[in-house]
Structure formats: C-alpha cells, structure tokens
Design a protein around this ligand. Structure first.
Ligand code: ZN
Length: 214
C-alpha cells in the first residue's frame, strides 16, 4: 500500500476509534496528516469522524489548495498553522472532547499551563498546554493565534471549543490527544478533593529522564 493510501486508512481508523469512544460528537473534530511531499490529507467538512470513507478525505497542497476529495474542514487554518510553525509535524488532531472543553471554561484554569501535573504521561506526550481565547467557528484568527506561539507548544486548548495537538505522526498525535483528554478528565473528577499532584521535583525528573521540551 502506498504512503498516501495507508495514511487515508489510518486517518479513518483513528477517527472512528475516537468517535466510537465518545471523544468527539456529531460532526465535530478533524484530523490531518502530512505526506512526505509536503501535501496534506485532512478530514472533510461536515462529516462525522465515525463514518469517514478514505476516498472522501481531502488532499491539499502545501498552500491548502484542494487537489482531490471532498471540501476540507473549515478548521484547516488551525492545522496549517502547526505545520508552518513546528518543523517535524506529521499530523494534527482536533476534537471537541468534553472534559478538555470543560476545563477551558473554569476560572481557576492556568491559561499558560492548562493541565495540572497529575500523571507523568501528559508531560511526556503533550508538554505544557496553552489556553487560547474563544474564536467564532471557522475564524482564521485561530490559526494566527497558533502562529503567535512560534512553534513553542505542541498542544493548545481553544476556550469553549476544544483541544488541538500536533505530533510527529498520526498515531503518536492521536495518543497524545487522548492523554490530554484523560488528564482533563482526571483534573475534573479530582477537583476539590486535594489530589496528590506530582511535586516540582517529580516533574523535573520526568522532564530530564525523557528529554522533554518543557
Ligand atoms: Zn472545532
């Protein structure tokens, strides 16, 4: 199977898996992956992630011009901003996952570091997650806000909307997204219960051990 065909299959497999587990509802969420020639495959607009056909996936050139497939998600500028600013980005996943969205709405959420240090895995897979402001759906300013981070973050949380994660390939990116959502869930269910967080020394040890950009 060609790189192109395999990536189409992988996008549909992961999209269905995430949809089936309730990680994004209705026709929300979108996934993209970059091919070695610099062109990008992205999920089409208005389609539920659980019911994608590999042939319908939008194929865009490096300037987001549609080469084949259905029209792409209106959130394509969000994906493009990560490819432009983070060298080595092979995939971007964006969901409207409930617990992350809930965390984005709470007044005591730290906008520079959304997830509390509850487990080592978010530190290893996601790093520090930045809260971005609320934007109207489809507003290209979302992409500009990501560009404003100058490639320093691999994950952001759009207020009252949902998380976006960039990674080296589609599998690692999907796993990082799931880690982000699970940690948001842990943060919410332990909220007000004084959970034992990782200490600053624990965090530092994880960052050093796994050579994390922190
Ligand atoms: Zn969205």
């Amino acid at each position: 199977m060609s790189e192109h065909a395999k990536l189409r299959e992988d996008i549909c497999t992961l999209a269905k898996s995430m949809f089936d587990r309730g990680l994004t509802a209705g026709s929300s969420g979108n996934i993209s992956a970059r091919l070695s020639d610099g062109s990008v495959l992205v999920t089409p607009t208005g389609r539920a992630l659980g019911f994608l056909d590999p042939a319908q996936i939008s194929h865009l050139d490096a300037n987001q011009k549609l080469l084949s497939g259905d029209p792409p998600t209106k959130e394509t500028p969000l994906h493009a901003a990560f490819y432009e600013t983070r060298a080595g980005t092979g995939a971007v996943v964006h969901l409207h996952s409930t617990h992350s969205v809930a965390l984005s709405m709470l007044p005591d959420t730290d906008p520079d570091h959304v997830l509390p240090p509850l487990t080592p895995y978010t530190i290893m897979r996601v790093g520090k997650v930045k809260l971005l402001p609320f934007f109207l759906p489809g507003d290209p300013a979302m992409g500009d806000a990501v560009r404003g981070l100058a490639g320093k973050r691999s994950a952001v949380l759009l207020a009252n909307h949902g998380p976006v994660v960039a990674g080296k390939d589609i599998w690692a990116t999907a796993f990082a997204m799931e880690e982000l959502e699970e940690t948001a869930k842990l943060a919410l269910i332990t909220r007000g219960l004084s959970p034992r967080m990782l200490s600053p020394a624990d965090v530092e040890a994880v960052v050093r051990q796994f050579d994390i950009d922190w």
